[in-house]
Ligand binder design. Structure first.
Ligand SMILES: C[S@@+](CC[C@H](N)C(=O)[O-])C[C@H]1O[C@@H](n2cnc3c(N)ncnc32)[C@H](O)[C@@H]1O
Length: 243
C-alpha cells in the first residue's frame, strides 16, 4: 500500500487514567487530529484510554483497535498480526483523515501499543509523520502519591516488567542503591512478592492498583492481596541505610 502524502500521527500519552493528569499538549493534539484511535482489549469494550478521551472530549468519536493487552496472553507476534490486520482494514479511513491521534495510557514510549501501531504502518508502507506527546507514566503517578523523594544524588532506577521473569527482578533488587519499579505484575505477583521479602526489600514497598481511577488503591506490599490486576504497579524504594 503506497500513499502520496504522509499521515500526521500523534502518539498521545494520557497519563494513568485521571483526566486531570492529561497535559495541555495532549488535549491540543486530540483536538487537532481528525481521527482518534484507542486500543482496547475487546472491540465492544471501552478501554481505559478511550474512557479518558470521553471525559475530556465527550463529542468525539473514537475508533477502537482491539489489542490483547498482555503479551503473556497471546505472544508478541499475535499482537503484531492483530494490529497489522487492523491497518489493512482501515488504511483508507486513516488516509482520508490525514491526521490521527493514537492514545495510550501513561507515556507512549514506555511499553505502549503505540510502537506496535507505528511498526504496522511501516510494514504496510503507509507513510506517517509521527509525533509523540508525552504522558505521566503510571510509576511516576504512584511515586508522587507515596514519596517526596524517589531518587536522590547518585541513586538509580530500574523499571522491570514482571513478564521479564524473576531473575531480571532479582538482578534489579541486588542494586540496593536503586528504586525498582515493577510493571505487569499480574502473572507472577506471588513469586515477586516472596522475592522482595526474601531479599529484605519489603520495607516501604508499595503497590498501586487502578491508579487514576475511582477504584484506585495504594497498599503496602505486606498488606497486598494474593493476586493483583493488570493495572498494578509496584515500587521498591532505595535502601538508604544510615540516613
Ligand atoms: C503496557 S504497560 C503501559 C505503561 C504505560 N505506557 C506507562 O507509561 O506507565 C502496562 C502496565 O503499566 C502499569 N500501569 C499502567 N497504567 C496503570 C494504572 N492506571 N494503574 C496501575 N498500573 C498501571 C501496569 O503495571 C500495567 O501492567
Amino acid at each position: 500500500m503506497d500513499t502520496t502524502s504522509a499521515i500526521r500521527l500523534y502518539g498521545v500519552g494520557l497519563g494513568p487514567g485521571d483526566p486531570l493528569l492529561v497535559t495541555l499538549a495532549a488535549v491540543r493534539a486530540l483536538e487537532d487530529a481528525a481521527l482518534i484511535i484507542a486500543p482496547t482489549s475487546h472491540a465492544r469494550q471501552v478501554g481505559r484510554a478511550e474512557q479518558v478521551v470521553r471525559e475530556l472530549l465527550p463529542d468525539r468519536e473514537v475508533l477502537r483497535v482491539p489489542i490483547p493487552m498482555d503479551p503473556g496472553d497471546v505472544g508478541v507476534l499475535a499482537r503484531r498480526r492483530v494490529v497489522r490486520e487492523f491497518i489493512q482494514q482501515h488504511h483508507l479511513v486513516l488516509e482520508a483523515a490525514g491526521s490521527c491521534a493514537f492514545v495510550t495510557l501513561g507515556d507512549p514510549v514506555l511499553y505502549s501499543t503505540f510502537s506496535l501501531f507505528v511498526e504496522a504502518l511501516s510494514a504496510e508502507r503507509i507513510p506517517v509523520t509521527p509525533e509523540v506527546i508525552p504522558g505521566i507514566p503510571a510509576f511516576l503517578s504512584l511515586a508522587s502519591l507515596t514519596t517526596s523523594n524517589l531518587l536522590d544524588n547518585d541513586e538509580r532506577l530500574h523499571l522491570v516488567p514482571g513478564t521479564a521473569g524473576v531473575r531480571a527482578i532479582r538482578d534489579a533488587l541486588c542494586d540496593r542503591g536503586s528504586a525498582v519499579v515493577i510493571y505487569k505484575l499480574a502473572s507472577n505477583f506471588a513469586a515477586v512478592r516472596s522475592l522482595i521479602a526474601a531479599m529484605g526489600r519489603q520495607e516501604g514497598t508499595v503497590v498501586g492498583l487502578e491508579l487514576g481511577t475511582d477504584q484506585m488503591q495504594i497498599i503496602a506490599l505486606a498488606d497486598a492481596p494474593e493476586a493483583v490486576p493488570y493495572f498494578a504497579t509496584l515500587i521498591v524504594p532505595v535502601q538508604r541505610d544510615g540516613r
